[in-house]
Design a protein around this ligand. Structure first.
Ligand SMILES: *[C@@H]1O[C@H](CO)[C@@H](O)[C@H](O)[C@H]1NC(C)=O
Ligand SMILES: *[C@@H]1O[C@H](CO)[C@@H](O)[C@H](O)[C@H]1NC(C)=O
Ligand SMILES: *[C@@H]1O[C@H](CO)[C@@H](O)[C@H](O)[C@H]1NC(C)=O
Ligand SMILES: *[C@@H]1O[C@H](CO)[C@@H](O)[C@H](O)[C@H]1NC(C)=O
Ligand SMILES: *[C@@H]1O[C@H](CO)[C@@H](O)[C@H](O)[C@H]1NC(C)=O
Ligand SMILES: *[C@@H]1O[C@H](CO)[C@@H](O)[C@H](O)[C@H]1NC(C)=O
Ligand SMILES: *[C@@H]1O[C@H](CO)[C@@H](O)[C@H](O)[C@H]1NC(C)=O
Ligand SMILES: *[C@@H]1O[C@H](CO)[C@@H](O)[C@H](O)[C@H]1NC(C)=O
Ligand SMILES: *[C@@H]1O[C@H](CO)[C@@H](O)[C@H](O)[C@H]1NC(C)=O
Ligand SMILES: *[C@@H]1O[C@H](CO)[C@@H](O)[C@H](O)[C@H]1NC(C)=O
Ligand SMILES: *[C@@H]1O[C@H](CO)[C@@H](O)[C@H](O)[C@H]1NC(C)=O
Length: 680
């Protein structure tokens, strides 16, 4: 009886203290981000959005459950339409109205991608409002619980532009050309069915040409369109006279003028122009919005931070007790006994408990010289036991119990696992508020240290990469299918693949791994932990994980190894075209140019056919639907033989922007992006 209350109490303590630190950290981070945002008010994304009308208790209770299906439906129309409006009935007296408009003359694909992205983003940005508009470069999307179809609306407005003033001697002439062009376009656009027109100014000198675009949503008629665009020209005159380039966006129409051909580029340069400074008084709306967007949240978040901080301190004070360690050891021992009774334990998997003094001596009292690196849960030290064996010691955060759950998880799981492609846990050590994990030492650090290093990458020739890919695959097969437990790693990535002195790969970091019992094949979680770029879409968005989400991460890793670049951040190098490493691989491979995808270091040394085949296998692993992805044992067979491979479907175009169209109740879960949680 006593024991039981003890345990419950422990769990609560653990829960609170476990989340305290991350919570405070996250709050501080948010404040920081908001502050940065305040400093230069530069949108780091290429869209503008306006949320209106708070979602309050007067809002129809069905509003929130219906907005996603409606937006999903609307955006699904974007593959065949460049404009679509529709409404959904949510109760006898109310509806939600939504529309999207793609820039005229963009491809179906672009329109679809843009609309999808917009419909995802606006749900996040305006989650607590009943009306919202979002503008991207190539599309806009709008919804409201009021019927706005057919109404000409020129407010609220959003502006953006290149704040550089034109300084050429012919500025006056340039302005005249600009005005001539824009009014001409307006005249022409309102008489076309598309209510869209682009054009180039005719003013003599080529280097001074301007390019214009005008467009209206097609729910309004031609005369409304004409008047809408005229009003925007007046707004443009106020904000943007003599500016190098500018854009004015209203709900019913938008206009844009640039000195380069923006409407005819398949890949527009990233649009991160700051909003224009607004003339005083007239832009009260935007000023209020600025306050609402920046100042209020900062105040709130700061207050929250202080509050949480104090309650954390309070908790800590209350639980000052030396019994924590004892409880932990007890709980570890009883859990491992439990596992063994269930027949899960290998005999060899018994936990070795090192004494703290042994570890202190081995690591030279955690000296800085012995430090190998810093992980998310604490530093990692190199050590040498008295018998000469080299070890790596992960020292979990020393003052708090943060990471306790991960610690316990890792100890229990990995102690039972024995495979040459998994890093071996030699034991653990608990005492004096220290929690230490002791691993075998890996001489060549981790895969990312080689793969993403421009110099060390050379050492990874084709045969080494083959060995690494095969090794990771074998380790995963063991986790998924061969060990007596079924284990989902959930955070497979280059930095979690360690390399021994012979460059054999070993999967590490089981802090986030989950064990499945019996016939369970899939689980879901509210706490999505993983690393951006490696998470399967169904996991990142819906918290669903299975062995197939690990297969996805493996596919990403495999393509990274073949290409030598990171999936996350890849699009930055490709100048903002929204292309991921995966879609890049797909694009080249599907037209028979797979070799161009290969790391230039490899092109000479790799057998072309094998390389193409392996890209193919990587693409099979990153398919959007989990059931299309092969299981790891099939991957091994594919890697090692010449059997025919099925054709892959295109990879999801971007996790995070992905949306599930056949899922009527997708709710965006908060994604917790974990910093690299240490090498071991
Ligand atoms: C959006 O909703 C929030 C929360 O309901 C509200 O505070 C805010 O004022 C709304 N925005 C506008 C522009 O009405
Ligand atoms: C709804 O909001 C009004 C004020 O806007 C408030 O007086 C009322 O108590 C609220 N009703 C409920 C059920 O919360
Ligand atoms: C693209 O959209 C047009 C209509 O705007 C449609 O006729 C065409 O079939 C679409 N193409 C594809 C590949 O879906
Ligand atoms: C849109 O996404 C598809 C895959 O869903 C991709 O093939 C295509 O290249 C993308 N188009 C653009 C313009 O990003
Ligand atoms: C604004 O226009 C000037 C002149 O062409 C150009 O040099 C500058 O890079 C532009 N600024 C931005 C942010 O695009
Ligand atoms: C641009 O010109 C206006 C006056 O026409 C001036 O007030 C403004 O400061 C100038 N901006 C820059 C960035 O030079
Ligand atoms: C165009 O204008 C620029 C500067 O305004 C000038 O340097 C250039 O010579 C002109 N080109 C022609 C073809 O007139
Ligand atoms: C789209 O908007 C027009 C108003 O311009 C309206 O007549 C039409 O019914 C709307 N379409 C749908 C499907 O609601
Ligand atoms: C266009 O729509 C507006 C507003 O709905 C209406 O007042 C006007 O009569 C319409 N014009 C034409 C030519 O249909
Ligand atoms: C884009 O440019 C090409 C030639 O460079 C031209 O044929 C095409 O009509 C242009 N498209 C638009 C929308 O202006
Ligand atoms: C890997 O480690 C061993 C032993 O420290 C070393 O001899 C070897 O050069 C390393 N390999 C690479 C590629 O750095």
């Amino acid at each position: 009886m006593i024991k039981k209350t003890y345990h419950t109490n422990h769990v609560v303590t653990m829960f609170v203290s476990h989340y305290c630190r991350p919570l405070v950290l996250i709050l501080i981070l948010i404040t920081f981000c908001l502050l940065i945002n305040l400093n230069d008010s530069l949108p780091s994304y290429n869209y503008f959005h306006i949320c209106e009308d708070p979602l309050d208790n007067a809002t129809d209770p069905n509003f929130q459950s219906n907005i996603s299906p409606l937006l999903d439906f609307i955006s699904s129309k974007a593959s065949f339409h460049s404009f679509y409006n529709d409404s959904i009935i949510i109760s006898s007296s109310s509806r939600i109205y939504a529309l999207f408009l793609c820039r005229g003359a963009v491809s179906n694909n672009t329109c679809q991608n843009c609309t999808r992205t917009a419909s995802q983003e606006i749900r996040t940005q305006c989650a607590s409002n009943t009306s919202a508009i979002i503008w991207y470069d190539t599309c806009m999307l709008r919804y409201s619980n009021k019927n706005f179809f057919g109404e000409e609306q020129t407010s609220p407005l959003a502006f953006t532009g290149n704040i550089t003033n034109t300084t050429t001697p012919s500025a006056i002439q340039a302005y005249r050309d600009e005005q001539t062009l824009m009014y001409q376009l307006i005249k022409e656009a309102s008489s076309t069915d598309m209510l869209f027109k682009t054009g180039k100014s005719v003013g003599g000198n080529e280097s001074e040409s301007g390019y214009g675009l005008v467009q209206c949503t097609r729910d309004i008629n031609s005369s409304s369109c004409h008047s809408c665009l005229h009003q925007l020209m007046k707004e443009a005159d106020k904000c943007c006279q003599h500016k190098f380039g500018w854009r004015v966006m209203a709900p019913s129409c938008n206009i844009r003028y640039e000195r380069y051909n923006f409407y005819n580029q398949t890949c527009a340069p990233p649009e991160s122009l700051p909003p224009l400074p607004h003339s005083q008084g007239k832009r009260r709306y935007l000023k209020a919005k600025f306050l609402a967007i920046h100042v209020i949240p900062i105040a709130v978040v700061a207050a929250l931070t202080v509050l949480v901080w104090f309650s954390c301190l309070h908790w800590k004070k209350r639980k000052i007790g030396r019994t924590d360690d004892e409880i932990l050891v007890k709980s570890l021992k009883s859990s491992s006994r439990h596992l063994k009774e269930q027949g899960h334990g290998d005999n060899s998997g018994d936990m070795h408990y090192f004494s703290l003094s042994t570890i202190k001596v081995a690591t030279n009292y955690f000296s800085d010289d012995a430090k190998l690196g810093e992980g998310g849960f604490g530093p990692v030290f190199k050590g040498k036991l008295s018998n000469g064996r080299e070890i790596a010691v992960k020292r979990l955060s020393f003052k708090s119990t943060q990471g306790l759950e991960e610690f316990k998880n890792e100890v229990l799981l990995i102690a039972k696992l024995q495979h040459r492609n998994l890093v071996k846990l030699l034991g653990c050590c608990v005492g004096e508020n220290e929690k230490l994990l002791v691993y075998e030492y890996m001489a060549n650090t981790s895969l990312d240290a080689f793969l993403f290093d421009p110099i060390k990458r050379v050492e990874l020739d084709w045969s080494k990469r083959v060995r690494i890919i095969n090794g990771i695959a074998k380790g995963l097969v063991y986790l998924h299918e061969d060990s007596r437990l079924k284990i989902i790693h959930r955070d497979l990535k280059a930095s979690n693949v360690l390399l021994d002195e012979e460059m054999n790969p070993k999967i590490s970091d089981f802090g986030t791994a989950r064990m499945f019992g019996g016939n369970q094949n899939e689980a879901s979680t509210d706490k999505v932990v993983g690393t951006y770029g490696y998470m399967a879409p169904e996991y990142a968005l819906e918290g669903l994980f299975s062995i197939k989400s690990d297969v996805y991460s493996f596919g990403v890793l495999m393509l990274e190894i073949m290409n030598g670049r990171k999936n996350s951040g890849f699009y930055l190098q490709e100048r903002g075209c929204g292309e991921s490493l995966l879609s890049y691989a797909w694009r080249l491979w599907s037209v028979g140019k797979g070799v161009e995808f290969m790391d230039p270091m490899l092109v000479i040394s790799c057998p072309k056919n094998q390389a193409l085949r392996w890209i193919h296998i990587g693409l099979l692993c990153v398919q959007e639907r989990p059931k299309d992805r092969p299981i790891m044992s099939s991957v091994i067979v594919m890697l090692g033989s010449a059997i025919n491979l099925p054709l892959p479907s295109a990879p999801p175009f971007s996790v995070g922007r992905y949306f599930a169209s056949d899922q009527s109740s997708t709710s965006a879960k908060d994604i917790e992006f974990q910093p690299s949680p240490g090498r071991y």
